[in-house]
Design a protein around this ligand. Structure first.
Ligand code: 5GP
Length: 194
């Protein structure tokens, strides 16, 4: 997606050969027109998949998930990382090790919002080692929901998550795939590693 790649080149900061900072438009400050375009792109790619729900993880997946939900006309649900007083029971849970924070969180989704009647699109901001997506897949499986696929805003193709998930036969659509962050420079790859 050219608009997104241009934004990454313009505003992204390479923090190390593994980590890209994009908090001017995705991870802290959010760029609404860009998020709208991202939502439209996901909706276009998955328009024939019969999606009834979008599932993401708080907090950075929420903006692209909500925009895709708006265009597809379906609700967006975010898995919570902390238990809240109003969300204590009646939950699907899974463990997710965070790539950026190096900590493990238990994520949870209410059983009310994902059911065996749903066809789910998972959306997240980044795909690195695939732990966040695996946690969401676990929850969708517990709910016996159908999976349409995974939509990722930025995939780091040099890390193993994308390959691992595609190997399971799951459709992964990434709007920008980064081949390398070496020498402080972002290099994109055209296709996904398989
Ligand atoms: P994974 O679970 O695939 O290992 O990592 C994905 C999660 O880690 C994403 O939800 C995202 O929040 C975070 N993440 C992974 N790599 C990066 C990165 O290079 N930059 C930022 N900002 N977040 C990342």
């Amino acid at each position: 997606m050219k608009l997104l790649k241009d934004k990454i080149i313009q505003d992204g900061k390479v923090l190390s050969k593994d980590v890209l900072k994009v908090d001017t438009f995705l991870n802290h400050q959010i760029d609404p027109p860009l998020m709208k375009a991202i939502g439209e792109e996901f909706a276009e790619r998955f328009k024939d998949a019969g999606i009834t729900k979008i599932v993401t993880i708080e907090s950075s997946g929420i903006a692209p998930a909500m925009m895709a939900g708006l265009v597809l006309g379906v609700p967006a649900i975010f898995a919570r990382k902390r238990k809240s007083l109003t969300l204590i029971d009646h939950l699907y849970t899974a463990s997710v090790h965070s790539f950026t924070k190096d900590e493990t969180n238990e994520i949870s989704v209410s059983k009310d919002f994902v059911t065996c009647d749903d066809t789910v699109l998972i959306i997240d901001d980044f795909l690195a080692n695939g732990q966040a997506v695996l946690g969401l897949l676990d929850i969708i499986e517990q709910a016996s929901a159908k999976l349409a696929g995974v939509g990722i805003v930025i995939e780091k193709g040099f890390q193993p998550g994308g390959k691992m998930i595609r190997k399971q036969g799951i459709r992964v659509e990434s709007l920008a795939i980064i081949a390398s962050l070496e020498d402080g420079k972002v290099t994109f790859s055209e296709g996904a590693a398989v």
